[in-house]
Design a protein. Structure first.
Length: 434
């Protein structure tokens, strides 16, 4: 009996030695992150003199207030994450990711505040749920030359209609500060990290890949005689094509926001849709849409990119509205980008962008004016790579609004510049990936 037990113990020990390494290969967990911090000198000047808007004009009321120059340190999407995989069978892998913002500039962190999800993937594609950049937003990274973050990147004009609207991380429509209307600036953004979402990414087929995302209607309202009935949800999709030889890449993205009332962030506060309405006018709806086209030409040492975008905002209500209320706004924008190698370790980075004035409509069909709502962006910079993980960089950016325009620095780094202002930034930074 003792001999049998000894043999059994030896056999179990052998199995443990053999199976341990095999099981270890079936799952993997990795810590990763990016620390991208810079010193900036920023200001906003040239604001349009204080006054009132002409009748029928869309835009923010000019204040004439300039923002004096100041130094600041900015963390530029610095993050820390943990991701892992587990192979369930030869054709199926479970995976997870928890990514958190890291405030390198002032200290602190916010767990799971960035791309975070759990899902499964295989030869059939990748399906997951959580909070993630929409396919519409992600496409811009294919041609953005400024690390796709910070005050210099394309998000100053792309994905925003101006009006102080910038990139957001959110999972449902926002409301005004007092909670009475849907006049939240986040509702108008098309540069979104969207929560409460399910995404599916196809595998590559003949150089073509597609991504789909749906942010569910978790905040759909119940029937009530005094609550505005809304059914908020977002659909985002993209299609990309890469030639076998990576010379040419083209892509298109579409995104639709239902009952997010993005236009309420653009119109006077008195025209915003009410969350509750004791007068009984409780039916309202909105639909905001974005179209984005991307092209990239790449040869050794040189990358040239082009991005064109059209944003459209609109809403309807079943009650008669006061004369002159705005119902629609649309605008076009584009950006041209360059990434040019200089020597073995240097890179020249540049972009030029332009947002047009756009057009608007009012419910009663009366005249509507958008003159002066446009803006121009110029960003230039040089980076030096000490290694594949560590860069130093010096950038300059200029976001110049027309007389009534109100575009800002992107990446939640705007100065709150008044209409007509030109925001200028000088940047010296370091970026380290681990």
């Amino acid at each position: 009996m003792q001999h049998s037990r000894a043999v059994l113990r030896s056999a179990l020990a052998a199995v443990a030695c053999i199976s341990g390494p095999v099981l270890a290969q079936e799952s993997e967990t990795t810590l990763y992150g990016t620390l991208n911090v810079d010193l900036e000198r920023v200001d906003a000047h040239g604001a349009t003199a204080a006054g009132t808007l002409p009748p029928g004009s869309l835009g923010q009321v000019p204040t004439g207030i300039d923002i004096p120059g100041r130094l600041r340190v900015t963390q530029n999407s610095s993050n820390f994450g943990i991701r892992g995989t587990e192979r369930l069978n030869p054709n199926l892998v479970a995976w997870f990711q928890v990514e958190s913002a890291v405030a390198v500039d002032s200290g602190g962190s916010n767990i799971a505040s960035r791309n975070t999800g759990v899902g499964m993937k295989g030869g059939w594609g990748n399906l997951f749920v959580g909070q993630w950049d929409t396919p519409y937003k992600t496409l811009s990274g294919a041609v953005d030359p400024m690390y796709f973050t910070g005050i210099t990147y394309t998000g100053a004009l792309i994905g925003t209609p101006g009006f102080g609207v910038g990139p957001v991380t959110v999972g449902a429509p926002a409301t005004s500060g007092d909670g009475k209307t849907f006049a939240g600036a986040a509702n108008a953004s098309f540069e979104r990290r969207q929560g409460n979402s399910i995404q599916y990414w196809t595998p590559s087929f003949a150089g073509t890949t597609m991504r789909f995302a749906y942010s569910v209607d978790e905040t759909r309202t119940s029937k009530s005689p005094t609550v505005t009935q809304v059914d908020p949800h977002i659909l985002s999709a993209s299609i990309e094509y890469q030639l076998p030889i990576p010379v040419l890449y083209v892509a298109y993205a579409y995104e639709s926001h239902s009952d997010y009332f993005g236009i309420d962030a653009l119109v006077p506060a008195s025209q915003a849709t009410l969350v509750s309405n004791s007068a009984g006018a409780t039916a309202a709806s909105s639909r905001d849409r974005g179209d984005k086209l991307i092209a990239r030409f790449k040869i050794p040492g040189t990358q040239v990119g082009f991005m064109a975008e059209r944003l459209r905002y609109g809403k309807s209500q079943d009650a008669s509205l006061p004369a002159g209320w705005f119902s629609h706004y649309s605008r076009n924008a584009y950006a041209v980008t360059l990434v040019q190698s200089v020597g073995q370790s240097g890179t020249l980075r540049a972009l030029y962008g332009k947002a047009r004035d756009g057009s608007c409509e009012r419910f009663d069909g009366s005249a509507c004016d958008t003159k002066g709502l446009g803006a121009r962006q110029v960003s230039l910079g040089y980076s030096y790579s000490f290694s594949r993980r560590t860069d130093m960089y010096a950038f300059y950016t200029n976001v110049a609004n027309e007389s009534r325009g109100s575009y800002q620095f992107a990446n939640a780094a705007g100065l709150g510049a008044a209409p007509g202002s030109t925001s200028v930034g000088y940047v010296l930074g370091m970026r380290h990936i681990f």
